[in-house]
Design a protein around this ligand. Sequence first.
Ligand code: FAD
Ligand code: SF4
Length: 589
Amino acid sequence: MAKVLKATDAVIVGLGWTGAIMARELTRAGLDVVALERGPDRDPAADFALPAIRDELRYSVRQELMQDPKMETVTLRHRLDDKARPVRRFGAFLPGDGVGGMGTHWNGNTFRFLPSDHNLRTHLTERYGRARIPDDMTIQDWGVTYDELEPHYARFEALCGVSGKAGNIGGRIQAGGNPFEGPRSGEYPNAPLVSSHANELFRRAATELGLHPFPAPASNSSAPYRNPEGAQLGACQYCGHCDRFGCEANAKATPLSTLAPALGKAPGFRKVTNAYATRVLYDAQTRRATGVRYIDLRSGETYDLPAEIVILSAWVFGNTRLMLLSGIGQPYDPRAGTGVVGKNYCYQIQPTVQLFFKDEELNPFMGAGGLGMVVDDFNGDNFDHADLGFLGGGYISLNSTNGRPISFRPTPPGTPAWGAAWKRETAKWYRKTALVLCEGMNYASRANSIDLDPTYRDMFGQPLLRMTFNFTQNDRAMADYLLGKAAEIGRAMNATIVAPQPRKGDFNVVSYQSSHNTGGTIMGRTPADSVVNRYLQSWDAHNLFVLGSSVFPQNAGYNPTAAAAATAYWCADALVKTYLKSPSPMVQL
Ligand SMILES: Cc1cc2nc3c(=O)[nH]c(=O)nc-3n(C[C@H](O)[C@H](O)[C@H](O)COP(=O)(O)OP(=O)(O)OC[C@H]3O[C@@H](n4cnc5c(N)ncnc54)[C@H](O)[C@@H]3O)c2cc1C
Ligand code: SF4
């Protein structure tokens, strides 16, 4: 029997980037807000101090800051006729847990999506004709445009003190930036990070090939920076322990470093940690969310927290699962093509090229999360697909992120995987190797989806989320194309050994690829094609809002957090300026 708590104005489930942004905006508007977070609280000064925070075994291998699959995991099948099996150890992607969510242990690459990523179906139809989009490629427009989101992208960049070089300010192309990006209202708040030697080899080669290299925009502050919330960031130390770790220099923008100080002072804000949400309380007759049910993981008690507004910001899996468990919206059926909740689950495809240089010293141990050199020439629809057998693309980059002793052991093809020869080769090449990465997009396809698993359950006996996912023909053709381009850059860098690593076979959950999962509660134009409208407001309950990359109808060839944050700001703006004045559906059909 649940204990009913005192009602609040708004309850937020999940306190990562998107939940923290919404909490800040709603408390600024004067609302009482309770944020429920299933994981623990974190204090960067105490928890991320040297030397403990550089413990690779603890944070990277044993994944201390991440979701514990023993408590809740997902199951995976590649095809609709397969039986799904539980993922016992997260590998391909690493869901977050605790205040700050994944934003605590992200890298900080802070890319805006291309304008055409936001109106993809319209864009591709206009350029190539409707017949060019395969029937089972269930891509669609977001319902909100890049131009509408631009101020919100800019706001997130200011919050994080992003280090970068603009390529297009107000339609004017800027030397040294990304000429393919959408028009921006201004320059990045910080200058780019100091480039590595490997970055410079990449830049030179890409330029010689006629491409347009630019420094990756990074939420690793290149200089001390005070953000508009009054939070002070330090300067990045290029420590090489960024992704999977907290930042001891407070230079990485995270929800803890950028928003928590202001939230801590906000009257009306309260966070409840170790609070595992199990349901959105939903009144189907009045079509309203009435609050959230959660279990206190320390006491085992169940609570109902009534609220006027419910926000889901529990990432792709949490958002979709809570909608399904709560019976809100019609579950997607991939065979019939009906329903929406769980539809258009997408990932990314990332072929890589490992380079080895006999005569270069690359010192990989000096790096930063978002330190990279990038070309966008083969991303999205930045190149002509008329004569190609696929749609989409991805950026190609050389990232100098880390050379950590346990997991950074690249060796040339043919090297034995253990023993004296392996030791000799790792020592020989450790300082002389770099990886070129292709961040291949993944367009929605009819079968790739998420639903509730009929067999496997979590620690409280609730169905786990089941992922049906595999790479499509389009993904594989695109990945091969990108890989060819990446290898060409590697050869132009005069690498001694160029070792392409194609993505072959079925999607596997063992090796890390990216935590850039999207979809499941997608946005769109009508209840028939989406879970939420253009303001991320549920079609089935006007006081329920869903944030994060679960609302993207398909994935892009970029890291997704800037787009997730921009849409969270966009949603908050609509909520505060429009919804609070007259609580009702903000899109009338
Ligand atoms: C190693 C790594 C590197 C990355 N690098 C980059 C990068 O360079 N650039 C980029 O753009 N992105 C990167 N990402 C992805 C990025 O971190 C995420 O896109 C972003 O942080 C997601 O924010 P969010 O608020 O949507 O979700 P999250 O940060 O996942 O927050 C959701 C929160 O909800 C909580 N929650 C879930 N279910 C429940 C429940 N039932 N009850 C209560 N709480 C719940 C979780 O504990 C979590 O804290 C990286 C991710 C990882 C893991
Ligand atoms: S690389 Fe820079 S931003 Fe990342 S953890 Fe190290 S000091 Fe912090």
